[in-house]
Design a protein around this ligand. Structure first.
Ligand SMILES: [Fe+2]
Ligand SMILES: [Fe+2]
Length: 172
């Protein structure tokens, strides 16, 4: 059985993953409303992934004889000054989540809950992948230096990435 301390910390993480999902949903909606269809698709896919991160934690807690509690969520931001600003916030948010995951790993380790410690390694790697993905996207923004045609290509590329991610998910 999972300890109360660890259960509470994972429940907080479920909330954080749900908030990530809602933040990306709000970003997707902003992109959609501002003519960035590709970026919108990318962020809709990402919002779904974050919800899956929350669900995976929820099932884990309950599988360990605990009780995953669903909490009230913060209202996400809904406006951004530019597409680049959206992705800058995605990176900032992911770095914050990486810190939360590392904190959870530390609790699991000090509580000597090695099942949870192992389970959390998936999240550790996921954070490495997500941060790297977003840094790659921000590099493209630096290359185009705000040029409109370049922005069009970034949006298209994000749409292609979303389509590829959806195809992989459907094939699983
Ligand atoms: Fe996540
Ligand atoms: Fe994430």
């Amino acid at each position: 059985m999972i300890s109360d301390k660890l259960q509470q910390a994972i429940n907080e993480q479920i909330k954080a993953e749900e908030e990530s999902s809602r933040l990306y949903l709000a970003m997707a909606s902003w992109c959609d409303a501002n003519g960035y269809a590709g970026a919108a698709s990318f962020l809709f896919v990402h919002a779904t992934e974050e919800r899956e991160h929350a669900l995976k934690l929820l099932h884990y807690v309950n599988d360990r004889d605990g009780h995953a509690k669903i909490m009230a969520l913060e209202e996400p931001k809904i406006e951004w000054p530019s597409l680049q600003a959206v992705f800058e916030q995605v990176l900032e948010h992911e770095i914050m989540v990486t810190g939360l995951i590392n904190n959870l790993v530390e609790i699991a380790f000090t509580e000597k809950d090695f099942n949870t410690y192992n389970f959390l390694q998936w999240y550790v790697m996921e954070q490495v992948e997500e941060e790297s993905l977003v840094r790659g996207i921000l590099d493209k923004f630096k290359l185009i230096e705000g040029e409109k045609g370049g922005l069009f290509h970034i949006d298209k590329e994000l749409g292609d990435m979303a389509a590829a991610a959806e195809a992989t998910a459907a094939g699983e």
